[in-house]
Structure formats: structure tokens, C-alpha cells
Ligand binder design. Structure first.
Ligand SMILES: Cc1cc2nc3c(=O)[nH]c(=O)nc-3n(C[C@H](O)[C@H](O)[C@H](O)COP(=O)(O)OP(=O)(O)OC[C@H]3O[C@@H](n4cnc5c(N)ncnc54)[C@H](O)[C@@H]3O)c2cc1C
Length: 398
């Protein structure tokens, strides 16, 4: 009998899993249940090139031919409504039921909104899907003023893209600093300076935000002020699509709990990408690298129980203005941050008391990121090294 693997979610992680299954010789049936109508695509360009290019195209994960060669059975645009782990079936929104031998959950997340009124306001935008990017791009082309709610990575990238397009940007962040959950105070301060230099009006530590306005604009009420904007983009994070896993009785915490091989608490069900909690770090990394590499490792493990697990240090990047910013690792409380200022941009080293590196944030310096991966892997004590001195060669610590 033909073995069947069902993948729920046609995003980046689902795509890499499907490709890896075929690359590693799986010749059974692969069914992909996808809510979106598009072929697998990557989301990072949506806040960058897709907003800036004159005629952006779908940022496909694989060429059309490469995807055809995967010989997938698509169920799209359809939602997986429910998983029955006992019967090993998935119920679809068109009433069909799909049986599986192994199941992979790759459902990602959905953009969060501050409240119901925001969901129906015609000038409120979020950015998660290809259509979102097209809709936002169209509106930006007609806008002089933009409010961004949320000073995380997506908000900052949209701010950079809008400024490049000559739009006046006001960014509201309720926390006292930008990207506060993911980087040190020193990096937050650098990001603030960068955006202020580019003319963004950044309001960190702002109070509660209320919204009204009509079809043509949005009115933001905050800290006693009433301001009118042509459009408002909300970038306050995502709600992970965990409902299917929870309702199926799978163990969830911040995300779906998986082992290093991507296996959930049900041995026939695996989870990848944004919804999967990093097996070593206990959090959902929500990055391009995790969506690809953890999905590849998981697909290999679905075919071979002895396949090595995934334990990479979290890594993500962000492109803002002329800067490529790479973030490796997770900052820990009570870290000491050493700042190194070079011509190409600053580097921030967050060190534990024992001198090991818990996070490196590097502007325009992928070489040092590679080096830092090795320092982290070997647990190197960097306390005595003059990291902040630009005359000191970091490469001498190879
Ligand atoms: C605008 C934007 C910019 C980004 N920029 C960067 C960056 O610069 N660097 C970086 O490292 N990371 C970046 N990321 C993060 C990165 O893109 C994500 O981590 C990655 O897309 C996660 O992949 P995924 O497959 O887990 O989820 P997704 O790509 O979200 O795919 C999940 C898919 O599952 C579908 N789905 C959900 N529920 C169901 C269901 N019940 N039935 C059927 N289908 C379902 C969804 O519609 C979606 O198509 C960015 C993300 C966004 C949104």
C-alpha cells in the first residue's frame, strides 16, 4: 500500500519538508493542505523588495519546474479543520477527510491586531501574506503619511521601506525600546538612532492607542494627541496557528513541543517552522533559517529515525536601509554587552559572566557571525579579549 505523508501548511517550512522528503527518496504520496492558493513562497521579501520593486513577483521557494518535480497532491485553497490522531485523519474545510501515515504541521502564524475595530478598518494593514504585501504596496504608492504600530523587526523593515519611498513615518511602540524582547538595550538604542537619522518619528514608551477615521484615512489617538495618517500598518507580532495541535491533544507550550527531530508528543505527527518550539531553546524562533533548516532536519527524521536532530543556535537577519543586520543567539539577563564600532557598522557582543557569548548582533558583517557560531559551539571564554577595540583582529580568535 502507498505510504502517505500529509503536510498542513504550504509556507516555507512545509515547502522545505516536501522537497527534502523527495530529495531523500520518499516515493509515497505527499499531500499538501494549503490555505493559500500560491505555490510555496518565502516571506522575508514581503517587507522589503515586494514593497519597493516596481513589479514584484511572488517570491517563490522553488522554480515552477522544481516544484512540479516534487509530484505533490495539492489541496488548496483549503483549510485543515481538525486532526484525529487515533483515526490518523485530517478533516478539510471542503468536507473531505485525508488519512495519513505521518503528518507534518507547518501552519505558521497570523498577524495580531490590537482589537476588533482594527480588523475592519479600511486603512489598517498587516503583513503576513503575499496579498497583504500587494495591498500595502498599492496603498503606500498613494500615501504621504504612514503610522506603524509596533517597533519589532517587521515594523522597522516597513518603516525603512516606506522612508525609501519618501513617506513620512511615525512609529508607535509601547515598550520603552525597539525590538526589546530580542536584543540588548545597546542594540535597541542603535536601531532607534538609525531610524531617527532616516527621519522616522519614533515614539517609544507610548501609551494606549485608539483608532478611528473613515475610508480615506486612519486617526490615531495616543498620549492625548489626535493624528491623521493615510494608512496604518500593525506589526505587533503573530498569533501562532496552534489550534489544530491543541485540539488534537498534542503537547504545546509557547509553540508545539517537539524533540530535536521535530516529533511531537504523538510519534506519527511532526511540526516545523514558526509553530514548532526549538527543542533546545524552548521558544518559537520564527525565522527564515529555522523554517528551512529545522524543516529539512525533521523531514529527514520522518524517513530515518536515526537522522541527526536540529540544534542550531537561533539566527535571523533584517535588512533596513543600507544595513544587513544579523542576530545570532538569544540575549540572557545580566549579560555584559561589548560594542565594537567599525566603518561598515557596529557589532554587539552579549557575554555571560563566564565569558561565553549568548548573542551577537552584527551590522553588515556576516564573517563575524560565522566566527561567533564557532565561539558559541565551543563555549569559548571571551572575557579577556579586547572585542570592542576595532584595531584588534577578531579573526585572530578563529
Ligand atoms: C513580512 C515578513 C518578513 C520577514 N522577514 C524575515 C527576515 O528578514 N529574516 C528572517 O529570518 N525571517 C523573516 N521572517 C520570518 C519568516 O518568514 C518565517 O519565520 C517563515 O515564513 C515561517 O515559515 P512557516 O512555513 O513556519 O510559516 P508560514 O510561512 O507562515 O506558512 C504557513 C502556511 O500555513 C498556512 N496555514 C495555516 N493554517 C492552515 C490550515 N489550518 N490549513 C491549511 N493551511 C494553513 C498559512 O496560510 C501559510 O501559508 C519574515 C516574516 C514576515 C511575515
Amino acid at each position: 500500500m502507498t505510504v502517505r505523508i500529509v503536510i498542513i501548511g504550504g509556507g516555507q517550512a512545509g515547502g522545505w519538508a516536501a522537497k527534502t522528503l523527495r530529495d531523500d527518496g520518499f516515493d509515497g504520496e505527499i499531500c499538501v493542505v494549503a490555505q493559500e492558493e500560491w505555490d510555496f513562497y518565502e516571506r522575508p521579501p514581503l517587507s522589503k523588495a515586494s514593497l519597493l520593486e516596481a513589479s514584484p513577483t511572488l517570491p517563490r521557494l522553488f522554480s515552477e519546474e522544481a516544484q512540479q518535480a516534487l509530484n505533490l497532491r495539492w489541496y488548496r485553497p483549503l483549510r485543515a479543520q481538525n486532526i484525529d490522531p487515533q483515526a490518523k485523519t485530517v478533516a478539510l474545510s471542503n468536507g473531505e477527510s485525508l488519512s495519513y501515515d505521518q503528518l507534518l504541521i507547518a501552519t505558521g502564524g497570523r498577524a495580531r491586531l490590537p482589537g476588533d475595530a482594527w480588523a475592519t478598518h479600511p486603512q489598517v494593514y498587516t503583513l503576513r501574506h503575499w496579498q497583504d504585501a500587494q495591498r500595502l504596496k498599492k496603498r503606500l504608492a498613494q500615501s504621504q503619511t504612514l503610522a506603524i504600530i509596533g517597533g519589532g523587526w517587521i515594523g522597522l523593515e516597513i518603516a525603512a521601506s516606506a522612508r525609501k519611498s519618501g513617506i513620512a513615518v511615525t512609529l508607535f511602540e509601547q515598550q520603552p525600546a525597539l525590538c526589546m524582547r530580542s536584543v540588548s538595550a545597546e542594540v535597541s538604542a542603535e536601531l532607534l538612532a538609525l531610524h531617527q537619522q532616516q527621519g522616522v518619528d519614533v515614539r517609544t514608551g507610548c501609551g494606549a492607542i485608539e483608532l478611528d477615521g473613515g475610508d480615506e484615512n486612519a486617526v490615531i489617538h495616543c498620549d492625548g494627541q489626535r493624528e491623521i495618517f493615510d494608512a496604518v500598518v500593525v506589526g505587533i507580532g503573530v498569533d501562532l496557528n496552534l489550534e489544530l495541535a491543541r485540539d488534537a491533544g498534542l503537547k504545546t507550550d509557547r509553540g508545539i513541543v517537539v524533540d530535536a527531530q521535530g516529533r511531537t508528543s504523538d510519534p506519527a505527527i511532526f511540526a516545523v517552522g514558526d509553530v514548532a518550539q526549538h527543542a533546545c531553546y524552548g521558544l518559537c524562533v520564527q525565522s527564515w533559517a529555522f523554517a528551512q533548516n529545522q524543516a529539512v532536519a525533521t523531514a529527514k527524521a520522518m524517513l530515518d529515525t536515526n537522522a541527526p536532530g536540529y540544534d542550531d543556535v537561533p539566527w535571523l537577519w533584517s535588512d533596513q536601509y543600507q544595513h544587513n543586520i544579523q542576530i545570532l543567539g538569544i540575549p540572557q539577563p545580566n549579560s555584559r554587552t561589548v560594542v565594537r564600532r567599525e566603518e561598515k557598522g557596529p557589532i554587539f557582543f552579549s557575554l555571560n559572566a563566564d565569558g561565553t557569548l549568548n548573542q551577537l548582533v552584527a551590522f553588515n558583517d556576516p564573517r563575524t557571525v560565522k566566527l561567533a557560531k564557532r565561539w558559541m559551539a565551543s563555549g569559548r571564554d571571551l572575557n579577556a579579549e579586547p572585542l570592542g577595540d576595532p584595531a584588534f583582529s577578531l579573526m585572530s580568535l578563529r
